[in-house]
Every structure is written in C-alpha cells, then in structure tokens.
Design a protein around this ligand. Structure first.
Ligand SMILES: Cc1ncc(C[n+]2csc(CCOP(=O)(O)OP(=O)(O)O)c2C)c(N)n1
Ligand SMILES: [Mg+2]
Length: 380
C-alpha cells in the first residue's frame, strides 16, 4: 500500500497571518436576522409579498423564468411520482419535496456549475434544479438501469457526477461531514469551488453537524450549510425535539456567519445563498443558513400524517412558494397567463416523457450487482 501523505493547510510559520484572518472573522456578520411571526401568517404573507416584488424588480427576467420553470418542474414531477408510487411502480422509501421547492431552486441559482452539492434523502428537487434530466431521475425512482444512479440508488440516492451532485444520503446528517470533506478537498487543491450542503433541522441534533461546523470554521472551509427547517423530523415537531430551536443562532457557537431566511421566497433564498457563496469563494469562509420552510406532504409516501392538523397545513399552503412567486411575477408584469401556460405545457410534456422513459428502461442486469460500489474494488 502506498503511504498516505497529508500536507497541513498552512505551514506553522504563517500562523500569525491565520490568526489575523481569524480575528477579523470572529464577528458574526451577514444580514440582521429575519424572523417569521407564525401567529399571524396572513400579515406576514402580505409583508413578504411586497418584499418579493421589490426583489423581482432587481432581477434579470431570464433568471426569474428559469427559477419559475424549475419550481413548476419539481412540483409536477413529484405529483406524477406520487401517482406512480401508488401504482406500485416505485418501491422503497420516497420523500416528496412539495412545498420546499423555493429552497433548492433559490439556493442552487446562486451557484456556479462546478460547485458541489450534497443533500439528504429528500433529493428529487435538488437533482432537477441542478439540471439532471427528469428521465434519469424518474428512472432512478423506478430502480431502472436508465436512472442517474443506474437504478441502484433509488429515490434517496440520486447522484450526478457531471452536475457535481454528490447525493442523496439516507443517514440523517450523514452528508454534513462528507460535504465538509469535499470543501476541504477544494481548499487543499486550491480551487475556488464552493460546497453547498442541505439537511433537515432534525439533523442539527446530530453530533456530526456540530463537529463539521467546528472544523469548517477552524480550517476556514468554503462550505455552506443550509438547514431546510420544515419544522418536523418525521412525526416529531421541532419544539418537541430541540432545546434552542433558532437553528441559525447555533452558528454562534462556532463563530460562523448565521442567517435566517424565509424559505417560501425563492428570491430571498437566492440572495442569502449568494452572500454566503461570496464569503466562501472570496474569503474561504463557511456559513450556516436556516431556511424556514414547510412540507405540504407527509414525511414519506407511507406517512399518514396524524401529528399535524389540516388547518396547520392549509395555513402554510396560503404561502405556497410556487403560487406566491407566479402571482408576484404576474403582478410585476414579468409574465402573463399565457406564459405560465407555456411553461406548464412544456413541463407536462417533459414529465410524461420521463414516465415513458422510466417505464421502458430495463431493470439493472444481475452482473451489475457489484459494479460502481467502491471507487477501487479489490480484484478477486
Ligand atoms: C441516523 C439516522 N437516524 C434516524 C433515521 C430515521 N429518519 C429518517 S428521516 C428522519 C427525520 C429527519 O428529519 P429532518 O432532518 O428534519 O429532515 P426532513 O425529513 O424533515 O426533510 C429520521 C429520524 C435515519 N435515517 N438516520
Ligand atoms: Mg425536518
């Protein structure tokens, strides 16, 4: 076996310089922390609609349409996936992203194509927003050979190396130290690539989250930790499981910049992520962003959802990120009904094609059982 050589990030002689950088960055900067008042969501809704309309005026039309297209694609794709699941065409676990589309679409719109992305098992939206073909994503849900993980990963383990999408991870919080390592590798190699790591708020109670944030700030890694706080981990609410439920404030324990963002506003998410991307790319600094969101469906397809009331779900559905965004775009004259219909028609055709592709794609061949499992498999 060859010897593994690890070079320290900075020679000891330069520690003075590192200390100056550290001193400069211990102040927790970023935007003042936002809050959402859950007791009067209607009022919040109005206030935030105005904010989004102001952001629309400052954003390029093509970028706005691309975001709307991706949000519609994710929504319609998953509605179809739910149907296919009910028909028994998809096996195993299947966690839908409906309600959370603004998070992946907004955050990924702030990245460069060569940046890295990792997320949890609730991963369909991230893959689609990164541009993985809906055909390959649907075929993967079906466990077919044409899937983006060759049918061996399924819904929870989407992967697309060309898009620098490193999964889809089933272990809660498992992707957080992996993403930290990916960011370390980028820094070690001297590239200016940024790593985006998505996870749910239940993962924040895992030790791996805290260990990763500590190392990321200590070593100044270009990693952005995005907590998709949908307020439930399976059937357990945030309030019942977390002593300090302000996730963004946990950044303070490790000296990172922490921000709280409304996850129902795609443009607010994009803006906050862009700020974090700049910190990571220019100054090699990590950030923690808490994005407050809500999942409209059950935890997975097999969740009867007895732990939430219909009234609670409906309250959040009034702030449906897709409806709010398209209504605001219309209000600001960026699109009209005909333009929305055009996108809907295009998406419908793409999703139909994905279903046909998945239906006709072959099962993985038995001899593929041991291929692509390890990077360097031991030859028998
Ligand atoms: C280490 C580990 N513990 C428990 C589970 C079972 N489990 C699967 S999803 C989940 C809840 C995670 O909730 P959250 O992180 O908030 O993400 P969300 O599902 O809301 O997107 C749990 C406990 C698991 N997959 N891995
Ligand atoms: Mg959650």
């Amino acid at each position: 076996m060859s010897e593994l050589k690890v070079t320290p990030l900075k020679p000891r002689a330069q520690q003075g310089e590192a200390a100056t950088v550290a001193a400069k960055t211990t102040v927790i900067e970023g935007k003042p922390t936002d809050t959402i008042n859950p007791s009067n969501l209607r009022e919040e809704h109005k206030r935030r609609q105005n904010q989004q309309q102001a952001r629309i005026s400052d954003t390029d039309r093509e970028a706005l349409l691309r975001m709307l297209y991706h949000m519609i694609l994710i929504r319609r794709f998953e509605e179809k996936a739910a149907e296919a699941y009910t028909l028994g065409k998809i096996g195993g676990f299947c966690h839908l992203y409906i309600g959370q589309e603004a998070v992946a679409v907004g955050a990924l719109a702030a990245l460069r194509p060569d940046d890295y992305v990792l997320t949890s098992y609730r991963d369909h939206g991230h893959a689609l927003a990164l541009g993985t073909s809906p055909d390959e994503v649907m075929a993967e849900l079906y466990g077919k050979a044409g899937g983006c993980s060759a049918g061996k990963g399924g819904s929870m383990h989407l992967f697309d190396a060309d898009k620098h999408f490193l999964g889809g991870h089933g272990i809660v919080g498992g992707q957080i130290p992996l993403a930290t390592g990916v960011a370390f590798a980028a820094k070690y190699k001297g590239t200016d690539q940024v790593t985006l790591c998505f996870f749910g708020e239940a993962a924040v109670n895992q030790g791996a989250f805290h260990e990763s944030l500590n190392m990321a700030q200590l070593w100044k890694l270009p990693c952005i930790y995005i907590c998709e706080n949908n307020q439930y981990g399976m059937g357990t609410s945030l309030e019942r499981s977390m002593s300090l439920s302000d996730v963004s404030k946990k950044s303070g324990g490790y000296g990172l910049v922490g921000e709280f963002v409304d996850g129902m506003d795609v443009l607010a998410v994009r803006e906050a992520t862009a700020r974090a991307v700049e910190r990571a790319r220019k100054d090699s600094l990590p950030s923690l962003i808490e994005v407050r969101t809500y999942r409209f469906m059950g935890h997975s397809m097999s969740d009867p959802g007895n732990y939430r009331t219909r009234a609670e779900i409906e309250k959040y559905q009034e702030r449906d990120p897709l409806k709010v965004f398209s209504a605001n775009l219309k209000q600001k004259g960026v699109i009209n009904d005909a333009a929305v219909k055009e996108i809907e028609d295009r998406v419908r055709a793409e999703v139909e094609r994905a279903i046909k592709f998945a239906d006709s794609s072959p099962e993985p061949a038995p001899e593929e059982l041991y291929t692509n499992i390890y990077a360097n498999p031991i030859k028998q």
